[in-house]
Design a protein around this ligand. Structure first.
Ligand code: ATP
Length: 587
């Protein structure tokens, strides 16, 4: 297809706002694309490479401005291009505004110089691929030369879309859904099967070609490939109550506070399809399908030690200290995209992988299998080289608990926080793996919406390494207007405080030490590990919901209470009341 034809069609699509019309235009451009259908299916989305391929052109805007300026003629500079951009606001319009009729140096830059040298989409694609591959000394100039060679042969509309493709600013209103629907319409295949093929391949070009040339049978034969990343399944926020109501039983996992990774491993070596891949047996991809293998050598080491067959695993990489205790998320970021001095960075922060899902093992694609089956396969894969029957002993395995009991979920949440993780994930046990979807089947426990300011009226001394700290704080709210508290004086146990729960989670050792210092002077009675505190300190506390409960004197209990901070600016008399609690409960 000539690039001019593509540009003219792109202009028509851009002028259209109705979704159905856009799909109809994309359908017809795919039908007419002939041998270039793969490229056209990507170009309409402004992509040069398949979605799974994180190769970039690696040309900054200034190199693009320079190429445009050179093609525009001797009296135009990159600065002129930039100032036009500031006026017009969009690089396509700027490029389209120049007259590139000069045809300078065609023979040097790919044309045959006979004046009938029309660009084709394939030629644009091949030159851009060449440009992406240029590296090392002189590559910057080479990239500008290649771009100049292309712009130099462009008409106004061609330049508009070339500039936009180069700077990843296509914006003609063609989303992934439009291309999916257009492929289905153009080649007469069901859109859900196109969707499936796209999910496993992440390659619109290939799916379009296969749909056209091989029909449904070909589409259905597109499988996952070790070495080619899949989009990650994502989570919605949700509550334990809703999850249990909808699913009867929930799969509960710890939520690790790290960065998402997808591990591709093949002991016989990966025939990598990524342009920047270097083979080997391991490839690690980020949530955005970027290749981060080299930044995380620990994952490769783990894979080679623990795994025996080809797999695609979904998980998280967490930063850990010398004792293997998790470090905050920011520490992972220091390692995640690092390109240089990886070994040095590793000395400061090391990472370890944890896996919670298995998408492919030993030739089987598992996306359509229920979560529980995928998890069993995951466990078997990770336990291949260890002699144990206890999943808790399997390195890098994220445990999964199946339960319909909210109290059990609460204690799993508490354990996760205690171990330094973020909390829990709730998943539908029967759910399939939906790449790229933020569906209802994966829920991160909802962040606390409201907080309550509670008076601390008791505590317990900790155990083991926390024996010198007060922990497990009893929380109370006021029943009344607070007058009693104001007049009661410090030594009197107030009558108008009612208990609503205990908070023990979400508190670091450092904070526990500070809280102990703050609260210890207010201990009025001690019974074994339990202490009574005179009301003096107010905690801000998050929670998931308020339930009626016979356990606490208020008649209510906070579900999943967690410590947010000390309200140094508040006295017990300013703490929240039973009235507010009841109104929050009714909301
Ligand atoms: P978002 O995905 O909402 O844009 P985010 O990247 O901060 O934001 P969250 O939605 O808060 O992530 O949580 C989902 C993320 O939690 C996953 O992408 C994954 O990185 C991480 N995670 C940690 N443990 C698990 C687990 N057991 N199962 C699934 N995801 C987990």
């Amino acid at each position: 297809m000539e690039f001019a034809t593509f540009a003219a069609r792109a202009r028509t699509i851009e002028a259209e706002s109705a979704d159905l019309e856009i799909v109809a235009h994309v359908t017809s451009i795919l039908e007419d694309a002939g041998e270039d259908v793969e490229i056209v299916a990507r170009f309409v989305q402004g992509r040069v490479f398949p979605a799974w391929d994180s190769t970039t052109l690696d040309v900054g805007p200034s190199a693009c401005y320079e190429a445009i300026a050179r093609a525009a003629g001797t009296n135009v500079s990159a600065d002129d291009v930039e100032s036009r951009l500031a006026e017009v606001g969009e690089i396509g319009a700027v490029a389209a505004g120049y007259d590139f009729g000069g045809q300078q140096g065609l023979s040097a830059f790919g044309g045959d110089g006979d004046g009938e040298d029309d660009l084709t989409v394939r030629e644009v694609h091949d030159r851009l691929a060449e440009l992406a591959a240029a590296e090392g000394d002189g590559s910057h100039d080479r990239k500008i030369d290649l771009l100049f060679g292309l712009f130099n042969r462009c008409s106004s509309d061609e330049a508009r879309y070339l500039a936009r493709i180069v700077l990843s600013e296509m914006r003609i209103g063609v989303g992934e859904g439009s291309v999916r629907d257009a492929i289905a319409a153009a080649f007469d295949v069901p859109d859900d099967r196109v969707e499936r093929a796209l999910q496993v391949s992440n390659d619109y070009g290939r799916v379009a070609r296969v749909a056209r040339d091989e029909g449904l049978e070909g589409l259905d034969a597109i499988d996952l490939a070790v070495g080619r990343p899949v989009q990650a399944m994502l989570a919605q926020a949700g509550t334990v109550t809703d999850a249990l109501e909808e699913w009867d039983e929930a799969a509960v996992e710890w939520k690790y506070d790290g960065a998402r990774i997808q591990l591709h491993y093949d002991p016989n070596g990966i025939e990598t399809e990524t342009a920047n891949g270097e083979g080997g047996s391991t490839r690690v991809f980020s949530r955005n399908m970027e290749d981060v293998t080299d930044a995380l050598p620990e994952v490769d080491e783990f894979a080679r030690e623990a795994l025996g067959e080809p797999v695609i695993l979904d998980g998280e990489v967490v930063a850990v200290d010398d004792e293997g205790e998790p470090l905050p998320f920011q520490e992972v970021l220091k390692r995640f995209r690092r390109k240089h001095d990886v070994e040095k960075a590793r000395e400061n922060v090391s990472v370890r992988p944890v896996f919670f899902d298995c998408l492919h093992v030993g030739g089987d694609d598992l996306l359509e299998e229920p979560l529980t089956t995928r998890h069993e396969r995951l466990e078997a894969v990770l336990a291949a080289n260890v002699e144990t029957t206890d999943p808790a002993d399997v390195e890098a395995l994220s445990l999964l608990w199946l339960t319909d009991d909210a109290d059990e979920i609460e204690s799993i949440d508490a354990e996760a926080l205690e171990a330094g993780h973020e909390g829990i994930m709730l998943k539908a046990p029967d759910s399939t793996y939906s790449p790229g979807r933020r569906g209802k089947h994966w829920r991160k426990r909802k962040p606390d919406v409201e907080t309550l300011d509670c008076v601390v009226t008791g505590a317990e001394w900790g155990e083991g390494r926390r024996a010198t700290f007060l922990g497990t704080f009893e929380l109370s709210i006021r029943d009344g207007d607070g007058e009693d508290l104001r007049s009661a004086g410090s030594a009197v146990k107030p009558r108008n405080l009612e208990t609503v729960g205990k908070v023990a989670t979400g508190i670091s050792d450092e904070t526990l030490a500070e809280l102990t210092e703050l609260l210890e002077p207010h201990v009025v009675a001690e019974d074994g590990q339990t202490v009574d505190l005179e009301p003096s300190v107010v905690f801000e506390v998050g929670y998931e919901e308020i339930q009626t409960s016979p356990t606490y004197s208020s008649g209510y209990a906070l579900r999943f209470p967690r410590f947010v901070g000390v309200r140094h600016d508040k006295n017990p008399a300013d703490a929240d009341t039973l009235e507010r609690l009841e109104s929050l409960r009714d909301e």
